[in-house]
Ligand binder design. Sequence first.
Ligand code: SF4
Ligand code: SF4
Length: 439
Amino acid sequence: MNDELEMFCNQCSQAAHGEACTTTGICGKQPTLARLQDNLSYAVKGVAAYSYHLRELGVVDDEIDAFLTKAVYSTLTNVNFSAEDFIAMALEAGRVNALAMRLLKDAHIAAYGEPEPTKVQTGAVRGRGIVVTGHSLKALEELLKATEGTGINVYTHSEMLPAHAYPGLKKYKHLVGNLGKAWFDQKRLFAGLEIAILGTSNCVLLPLEKYRDRMFTIGIACLPGVKHIEGYDFAPLIEVARSLPELTETAGEVELTTGFSASTILGLKDKIKGLVDEGKIRHFFLVGGCDSPFSSMDYYRRFVAGLPDDTIVMTLACGKFRFNDLDLGDIEGVPRLLDLGQCNDAIVAVDIASALAETFGVGLNELPLTLVLSWMEQKAVSILWSLLALGVKGIYLGPVAPPWVNDEIMAVLTEQYDIRLIGEAGRDIDEALGATVAV
Ligand code: SF4
Ligand code: SF4
């Protein structure tokens, strides 16, 4: 940490030197308190994101709204100087975020059915196309309706991949595949393909001139010089897609499988218990979260590739693109790599872990399960606090420590939740497996 920048607060007119309080607040605010306020603000933004997508599906929840109002107000100038209270509110943000993720999962299932394991092509199909990035299944559904029968193919990108597994979306035959990997390959991917583009949420990048005219946003997403779709009227986007040359048929490098729902995995619960009892499954891992363009993210591929054959890996969110091309095979019919879906499907992982803990008659932290998470932005912060609020301990976190966490906050996270920063993949695997307790 930069010793000269203990904190950064510029939220009132008393800010030091008319710029910012960077060592301690003129008002008395201490660095750890400022950082805990930042932490709550980030977690709250994650809750807001899931709440926004819930509203797209017509669901409004008073408890979420009341919490968001209270949490945002608490960070206003001279309201709350209690560090303990901000830790309690971060945990409350985690609990409310778990509620938002659960309601969103329920709303997705109510609208589109429960996901089922589905193979997804990753090449281009001959013809004109639109690629959809972001997270909004509602925007994708409306686009699929609007493009049905037009001859335009629709592709997913990044966190939209799990859409292929929902019966209510995969029924559209012109939803033909997934292009690219995690969010940060947008410039390379979109510049290299003559395709129309729709950005539906966070994780859209400022476009290159080369494709700005064929890119559109919808909902919360907005980019300078990029047209915004209002009211699900996709006519301008379809017109641009029609004006482009046809894509050439290209084979994808890999076929991906997504859509392992709680029902699918828990339908195998007895079989999984038998395999654990026989020693054929030793340990479960949840390796997931955000991807980011740093070489340190290679850790997650090394980690998954280095796991022994008697382990199962659940994954979710766009961090999976670091390793979802690996063929991990299966253990007597149980796939070793299970893609649960988007980041909000962390709640599916929680449900699966809770059901397995019940099956084995142990607590969540006694399961032979290790969480190895990657974070990039603020939805990941809300998910981390959800897991902590649910009492999950021993999480490995990377690729870097959150920059707003100082030594004092890290000491609390380590002491109370046994949070560890990722280290060397092989060593972390040995450590996780070494801690395996027979169930
Ligand atoms: S709220 Fe306090 S710490 Fe922040 S700028 Fe004002 S005086 Fe400084
Ligand atoms: S998982 Fe995180 S980094 Fe990836 S697309 Fe979603 S919000 Fe962005």
